[in-house]
Design a protein around this ligand. Structure first.
Ligand code: FAD
Ligand code: UDP
Length: 400
């Protein structure tokens, strides 16, 4: 692999078999597979000054490994994804735990057996827990919107408590809407857990942190003679997509183009801007060993920020006397600004707008949109890797 800043004056697109836009998971997985399985020469264009997309991590001034674009915890049930990524890193055994700060009391989220006892007291909490077990079974995940539909006074008491104290204010802060107004799959990511497992991703057989960090994982993935990475390059300056052909540097380009940015941006958002939520992330280094007991504390009844992450608690890094924390403030993304579009807003009219952009590129057979931005999806890392493995399977089949 070579990484260079900017495009050289003699950059010739036709000397590459594929051009990949974006060096996050979607782009890097495709680049590695096309280079490896088909011997294709790949150029990756990345507008940031680093690889790894939103998973990028680096050591801050205090020497603490932080995640620049928000806390990233690897978890998956997909064995193929796990095997692919595990070629490029060892994993720590970190099991992510989150506590909700509910009016000053810290309770496990997903809301579980222990949270019930903390919220309702030992005796009543146990009784309500047994009711949940009798209704749903043990070690079951129950989305809050499903629990709310149950017509039973005791289950309703639990549902009302969890809705009000875990979901309502946090969701208002994160999305500017109540849980009833957003797609139920979103709150369903953090279901009530009928059991004692107090991990944020109960049941995920593969979870942990890359032993040397995410950026190192990407360096290893991109380490291939046929891959060249050009950072600080906005692909829109040289690439345009027409009805049936892609143009790069002013000439028709016949190689494969893999695009992982927002689809509307390619067209100057001329059908309207795809809406996203963005985050202001406020980092702070404190002169203490540890700030909070777990990796992340969600502020579900108070504060303007949604959550605080303490990176040392996730990475296991030992730095005596110092720790770095980060607060997340969510807001609407302003199109055309230098904000980062972090979360697609899964509403019918937005998905319809996305489909109209997607239809526009459908006739361009060598143009492929993949990833969290380009597919306008709420993907975790493993979902993006799975999607990129699928796309690269198709391309490998065509080229071999
Ligand atoms: P990205 O990582 O966004 O990469 C796309 C790249 O394309 C970017 O580097 C961008 O600069 C580049 N690009 C875009 N347009 C252009 C252009 N015109 N020219 C050149 N380059 C361009 N997932 C988990 O599994 N666990 C977690 O704990 C987790 N936490 C998260 C926390 C937050 C706050 C967020 C926002 C996401 C989190 N995710 C998590 C999701 C994870 O970040 C994504 O699924 C994954 O990183 C998306 O990869 P991607 O390649 O699709 O997109
Ligand atoms: N959520 C909530 N309270 C919590 C945790 C999550 O209301 O304590 C809701 C909220 O709407 C959030 C969604 O569940 O956006 C998904 O949470 P997750 O932690 O998966 O969000 P992410 O890490 O992707 O930001």
């Amino acid at each position: 692999m070579s990484i260079q800043s900017g495009l050289p004056a003699d950059f010739t697109p036709e000397s590459f078999d594929a051009i990949v836009v974006g060096a996050g998971y979607a782009g890097s997985v495709c680049a590695r597979r096309l280079a490896e399985a088909c011997g294709m020469k790949v150029a990756i264009l990345e507008r940031r000054d680093h690889i790894a997309g939103n998973a990028y991590d680096y050591e801050d001034e205090a020497g603490i490994l932080v995640h620049k674009y928000g806390p990233h915890i690897y978890h998956t049930t997909n064995e193929r994804v796990d095997q692919f990524l595990s070629r490029f890193t060892e994993w720590t055994n970190y099991q992510h735990k989150v506590l909700a700060n509910i009016h000053g009391t810290l309770m496990p989220v997903p809301f579980n057996h222990k949270s019930l006892k903390l919220a309702f007291g030992d005796e009543k909490g146990e009784r309500l827990y047994q009711k949940l077990v009798a209704t749903f079974g043990e070690n079951k995940k129950v989305p809050i919107m499903e629990l709310r539909e149950k017509n039973d006074p005791e289950l309703s008491e639990v549902a009302d408590y969890v809705f009000e104290n875990v979901f309502l204010h946090y969701t208002m802060k994160q999305w500017g809407k109540t849980p009833d107004q957003i797609d139920p799959s979103i709150t369903g990511r953090v279901p009530v857990f009928v059991g004692d497992d107090d991990r944020y991703f109960p049941g995920a057989p593969f979870q942990g942190m890359p032993a040397e960090g995410y950026t190192k994982l990407f360096e290893n993935m991109l380490e291939h003679d046929l891959i060249s990475v050009f950072t600080g390059v906005d692909a829109r300056d040289i690439l345009s997509v027409g009805d049936s052909a892609v143009t790069v540097c002013g000439k028709p380009y016949g190689g494969e183009v893999i695009y992982t940015g927002p689809l509307d941006e390619l067209f100057g958002s001329d059908l309207g801007a795809l809406p996203y939520r963005t985050l202001d992330m406020v980092f702070e280094t404190l002169d203490e060993d540890q700030f909070q007991p777990v990796g992340t504390v969600n502020y579900t009844t108070s504060e303007d920020f949604t959550r605080i992450t303490e990176f040392k608690n996730m990475t296991g890094q030992v730095v005596p006397g110092k720790t770095t924390i980060m607060k997340e403030y969510s807001k609407a993304f302003t199109p055309g600004s230098d904000e980062t579009p972090y979360y697609a807003i899964l509403e019918d009219q937005n998905l319809e707008l996305y489909r109209r952009y997607r239809d526009r590129v459908a006739g361009c057979l060598n143009f492929h949109a993949v990833g969290r931005l380009a597919e306008y999806r709420y993907y975790d890392m493993d979902g993006v890797v799975a999607s990129a493995l699928d796309l690269s399977d198709e391309l490998i089949a065509q080229h071999n």
